[in-house]
Design a protein around this ligand. Structure first.
Ligand SMILES: NC(=O)c1ccc[n+]([C@@H]2O[C@H](COP(=O)([O-])OP(=O)(O)OC[C@H]3O[C@@H](n4cnc5c(N)ncnc54)[C@H](O)[C@@H]3O)[C@@H](O)[C@H]2O)c1
Length: 332
């Protein structure tokens, strides 16, 4: 039971939550947490573009749970989903740097137009707080390590531009409409229900799938690029704490969500190989355009303002995730 620990104060049985993108990886983990902790109402808005009904199958029987199949690019869908909602956890987006390089218009329309629709709908529904998923990609070409929220570089991909625009809009909406909004810059989140399939899958589920199925595993470039891989339970903790943290005028509006520890992709592969008990070796292929070289977060601001205190180290998360993958995809 990875969600036993409560990250919210008191009782949430009289509160309603909207999770956009709730059929996706991080969104479905948020749903799991909220229902386990007896939230009064949990609504998901998702169009299943990259999410799956199967991610929500276990929660469908819950009387406090509702799924709205809809699109954040359609304002009426956003208004319907926000009706009577206290707190919004906005996760819906088209993820992936390479997807955005191939189709910047699609990424922009969901991540910027759709995001703006959600802000307007949340404003009109007078929600108490709006917490949204930003990304470490906003650090772009900045070479500074560790990454501190106040020092970003130039975006390196259309995806990064969309997340930066999200942050700019959040700032303007907070000031103009007096909304409470917090952005979370996720650093390479991994865990149960992350999709290993499709052209835009992330490194950890791809490696796990390759190791468990004895398929070729590919490392882009020399594998020396580093990442601050973060188990999804830590991301859920950050979201829930961001919903309920006391806010003062002038507090930061965006926070890094990571562990503040990094590992190179080639080292990560070796760790996973040993967790899986596999002899499979990785094949190196070309670097991907738009990728950043190194990533490591300073998480002191999230600790100070949100009370964020990530409980799961990468290795612990990898073991839990590998067990989940074995069960979900290989029935053992
Ligand atoms: N996973 C990571 O490492 C990571 C890192 C940085 C930021 N993020 C951000 O976190 C959020 C969640 O990512 P995830 O990894 O869970 O991805 P995911 O693809 O599993 O989830 C995204 C969900 O949004 C839904 N969606 C997409 N377009 C939609 C639309 N037009 N209307 C309604 N729903 C729509 C998808 O169907 C999916 O269920 C995204 O905003 C992503 O950009 C993720």
């Amino acid at each position: 039971m990875i969600y036993q620990k409560a990250y919210h104060p008191g009782d949430i049985s009289n509160l309603s939550f909207l999770v956009t993108g709730g059929a996706g990886f991080i969104g479905s983990n948020l749903v799991e947490y909220l229902l386990l902790h007896k939230a009064g109402k949990v609504v998901v808005l998702d169009n299943y573009a990259t999410g799956f009904a199967s991610n929500l199958e276990a929660f469908k029987v819950h009387p406090n749970f509702e799924i709205i199949e809809g699109d954040i690019r359609v304002i009426e869908d956003c208004n319907k989903a926000c009706k009577g909602i206290d707190y919004v956890l906005h996760q819906a987006a088209l993820g992936s740097v390479p997807r955005s390089v191939e189709n910047p218009i699609a990424t922009n329309s969901v991540n910027v137009d759709g995001y703006l629709n959600m802000l307007v709908a949340a404003r009109d529904a007078k929600v108490k707080r709006f917490v949204y998923a930003s990304s470490s990609s906003v650090y772009g070409d900045s070479k500074i390590l560790p990454k501190v929220e106040t020092q970003i570089g130039n975006p390196l991909s259309p995806y990064a531009v969309t997340k930066l625009l999200n942050e700019l809009y959040a700032d303007v909406f907070a000031k103009t409409y007096k909304m409470e909004i917090t952005g979370l810059r996720y650093f390479n989140i991994f865990g149960p229900r992350q999709n290993p399939g499709g052209a835009y899958a992330a490194a950890i589920p791809l490696f796990m799938d390759a190791l468990l199925a004895n398929k070729p595993a590919y490392i882009n470039g020399d594998g020396g690029q580093t990442r601050d891989f973060t188990f999804v339970v830590n991301a859920v903790e950050a979201n829930i704490k961001a919903l309920f943290a006391t806010k003062h005028d002038g507090d930061p509006m965006v926070f890094n969500v990571a562990v503040s520890d990094r590992i190179s992709i080639k080292e990560l592969f070796l760790v996973l190989k040993s967790v899986a008990g596999s002899n499979n070796d990785a094949i190196h292929r070309e670097e991907r355009p738009g990728d950043i070289r190194d990533s490591l977060a300073d998480i002191s601001s999230a600790k100070k303002y949100l009370g964020y205190n990530p409980q799961f180290k990468m290795e612990d998360g990898l073991k839990i995730t590998m067990d989940w993958f074995k069960q979900a995809f290989y029935n053992n």
